[in-house]
Design a protein around this ligand. Structure first.
Ligand SMILES: Cc1cc2nc3c(=O)[nH]c(=O)nc-3n(C[C@H](O)[C@H](O)[C@H](O)COP(=O)(O)OP(=O)(O)OC[C@H]3O[C@@H](n4cnc5c(N)ncnc54)[C@H](O)[C@@H]3O)c2cc1C
Length: 508
C-alpha cells in the first residue's frame, strides 16, 4: 500500500458560498495567503438572494486586515465612501439625558505599571475631577470632529487608535475585485443542493440552479443567516443567547448628511432597543435594533424616521435575527464565517471583526483535505471564546442601566447574567481591577469606559495609586489633560483630512 503524504492531502478546490462581506473578505485573504500555486478558490453567490447590506462600523483591528492584504487605506476609503471612527458615543443608555464615549486607544498613561484609571479614581475621590474622556486623545479629537493619522510615538499620540465607517456594499465590491485579480473565480448562481460523501458527513459537491455541479475539497459557508452548509446541511445546532441579548429585529435606512460627518458612531438607547448613526462621506447609515416583544415593526420604523438627521434616502428595510452562535464553527470539511457562524448585535461593531478573526485562525490552522480533529477543536475553542467575550461586553451595556421605561429595560436590569460577566463586574466594583483574559478583544480602556459609563463606580481605588501625593497627582493629571486637549485641537478637522487624502468622487 502506498503511503499518503502531506502533499497528496493538499486542498485543490476550496469553495466559498456567499459573496457578502464575509465571503469576499475570506476570498481576498485566502487568495493573498494561500499562494501555493495549487489551491484554486471559487466563490459562488446569488445576486437574486443578495446580501444583508448592513455592517458599516468597525473596530481598530480592521486596519490590520487592510495592512496584511497590502491595501492602501486612502484608496479603500475613497472606494467605500469611508470615514474614520474614533469610538462610539452611548446616549441615554445609563439613563435618559446621560451620555458617554467608548473611545478607541487608551485613557491617559499608566504610571510605573499602575493603570491610569486607578489614579483617575483616586483623583476623583480627592476632588471634582474632569470626566475620564478628558484623558483620551481619541475622545477629545472625536468630540471636536478632528482626525489625523499621527506621526510620532510620544504621549499622547501613542494612545491613538482608529477604525473605519464604510458602505458595506462597496466593501464587498472592493474586495471582490481584489480577490478576482489574485485569481479567485466567481460564479453567479443559487446553490440548490448540497451532497455529502459517504457516512462521515464530508461535503462533496454543490449543485446550482443551472444544474452545474461544483465539487470541492473544502467549503466555507458565508451564506449569511441561512447557514446553508454548516447549519442546514451539517445540522450544527444554534446556541441561542436571547435571554441576555433580547433584541431580535432591526430596521435600517440611509439618510443625507446634514453636516460634515462625525468621526465616531453614535448609539442612542430607546424604549425598545437602540438606534445607530454611522456617518459616511456621502450619507449616514441609521438603524433601530429592537425587541419585537416591545414594539411592532411599523412603530420601530416610525421611531427611526422621526429620529434621523437629514432626509431619508429610500424606504426603511426590515431585518430579523437570532443572537447566538453555532455550537461548532468548523465541522468536517466545512467552516462557517459571518452570519452563517453566529450573530451578535452590532452595538460594539464586532461582526466584521469576528469574520476577520475567523479567517486569521483558519489560515493559521489551514488544513489538508482530511482536517485533523485537534485542529478543528482548537479553532472551535478559540472562536467560541471570542464570541463569548464579546457577548459579555454587550450584555454589560444592557444590564448596568438605570432605565426602567419599558419591559425590555426592566428585564435587562434584573436578568441573570453570565457568570464570567458577573465576576468581571464584581471585581471592578470592589477596587477597579480589570484583567484581560485569553486574548479578549476589548482592552482595559474599553471595559473601563463602559463600566464607568454605565455607572459602575468602584468602592475604592487600588492601593498602588497612593504612590503619589495628592499634589503630585493633581499636577500629573492636569498636565496629561492639557497635553491631550492641545494635541486634539491641533489636528485637522476630519472633513479637511478626508478632502485632502481620501475623498470619494462625485459618482454614486
Ligand atoms: C442590523 C445589522 C447591523 C449590522 N451592523 C454591523 C456593524 O455596524 N458592524 C459590523 O461589523 N457588522 C455589522 N453587522 C453584521 C454584518 O452585516 C455582517 O457580519 C457582514 O455583513 C457579513 O455578512 P455575511 O457576508 O455573513 O452575510 P450576507 O451579507 O447575508 O451574505 C450572504 C451571501 O450568501 C449568498 N447566498 C445565500 N444563500 C445562497 C445560495 N443558496 N446560493 C448562493 N448564494 C447564496 C448571498 O447571495 C450573499 O452573497 C450588522 C448586521 C445586522 C443584521
Amino acid at each position: 500500500m502506498t503511503k499518503r503524504t502531506a502533499q497528496d492531502d493538499r486542498i485543490r478546490d476550496l469553495v466559498i458560498v456567499g459573496g457578502g462581506t464575509a465571503g469576499w473578505m475570506a476570498a481576498a485573504a485566502l487568495a493573498r495567503f494561500i499562494r501555493n500555486g495549487y489551491t484554486r478558490i471559487r466563490l459562488i453567490e446569488s445576486e437574486e438572494i443578495g446580501t444583508v447590506g448592513v455592517g458599516e462600523a468597525t473596530i481598530p483591528p480592521i486596519r490590520g486586515f487592510l495592512q496584511l492584504l497590502r491595501i492602501d487605506e486612502n484608496e479603500f476609503l475613497r472606494a467605500t465612501r469611508g470615514t474614520f471612527k474614533l469610538g462610539i458615543e452611548f446616549v441615554d443608555w445609563t439613563r435618559p439625558g446621560h451620555r458617554y464615549l467608548h473611545p478607541f486607544g487608551a485613557f491617559g498613561a499608566d504610571i510605573e505599571g499602575v493603570p491610569f484609571h486607578q489614579f483617575f479614581l483616586k483623583f476623583r475621590q480627592m476632588e471634582a475631577a474632569a470626566d475620564i474622556e478628558s484623558y483620551s486623545l481619541t475622545a477629545q479629537a472625536a468630540l471636536h470632529g478632528r482626525f489625523a493619522v499621527p506621526r510620532g510615538n510620544a504621549f499622547p499620540l501613542n494612545q491613538w487608535a482608529y477604525a473605519y465607517q464604510f458602505d458595506a456594499i462597496r466593501v464587498a465590491g472592493f474586495l471582490r475585485s481584489y480577490a478576482e485579480k489574485l485569481g479567485v473565480r466567481r460564479t453567479e448562481g443559487r446553490v440548490t443542493e448540497v451532497s455529502l460523501q459517504g457516512s462521515e458527513g464530508f461535503i462533496e459537491s454543490l449543485t446550482l440552479e443551472s444544474g452545474e455541479r461544483v465539487e470541492g475539497d473544502f467549503f466555507i459557508d458565508c451564506s449569511g443567516f441561512r447557514s446553508l452548509l454548516l447549519g442546514k446541511t451539517l445540522r450544527v445546532r444554534f446556541e441561542d443567547w436571547a435571554q441576555w441579548l433580547p433584541c431580535d429585529r432591526a430596521v435600517a435606512v440611509a439618510s443625507s448628511d446634514p453636516a460634515p460627518p462625525r468621526p465616531y458612531t453614535r448609539s442612542t438607547a430607546r424604549r425598545a432597543g437602540w438606534q445607530w448613526n454611522i456617518p459616511l462621506q456621502h450619507r449616514t447609515g441609521n438603524g433601530y435594533v429592537y425587541s419585537h416583544h416591545e414594539i411592532s415593526d411599523d412603530e420601530a420604523a416610525a421611531t427611526l424616521l422621526a429620529n434621523i438627521e437629514g432626509e431619508p434616502l429610500g424606504a426603511p428595510r426590515h431585518l430579523s435575527f437570532r443572537t447566538g452562535r453555532r455550537k461548532q464553527f468548523w465541522k468536517q470539511n466545512c467552516l462557517a464565517l459571518g452570519l452563517a457562524a453566529g450573530f451578535l448585535e452590532p452595538l460594539e461593531s464586532t461582526a466584521i471583526h469576528l469574520v476577520q478573526a475567523g479567517i486569521a485562525k483558519f489560515i493559521a490552522l489551514f488544513p489538508g483535505k482530511h482536517p485533523n480533529a485537534v485542529e478543528i477543536a482548537e479553532y472551535n475553542r478559540l472562536m467560541a471564546a471570542a464570541y463569548e467575550q464579546i457577548r459579555d461586553f454587550l450584555v454589560l451595556h444592557y444590564h448596568a442601566t438605570e432605565r426602567d421605561d419599558s419591559n425590555l429595560w426592566k428585564y435587562c436590569r434584573n436578568m441573570s447574567i453570565p457568570d464570567s460577566l458577573r465576576h468581571k463586574i464584581e471585581l471592578f466594583s470592589a477596587r477597579g481591577r480589570c484583567f484581560r483574559y485569553d486574548d479578549d478583544l476589548f482592552s482595559l480602556t474599553s471595559w473601563v469606559a463602559v463600566l464607568l459609563g454605565q455607572g459602575i463606580w468602584p468602592a475604592a481605588y487600588d492601593e498602588t495609586a497612593n504612590s503619589m501625593t495628592d499634589d503630585q497627582l493633581r499636577e500629573v493629571l492636569e498636565k496629561m489633560r492639557g497635553t491631550i486637549e492641545q494635541t486634539a485641537r491641533k489636528m485637522p478637522l476630519q472633513q479637511d483630512y478626508i478632502d485632502f487624502h481620501c475623498k470619494a468622487g462625485e459618482s454614486v
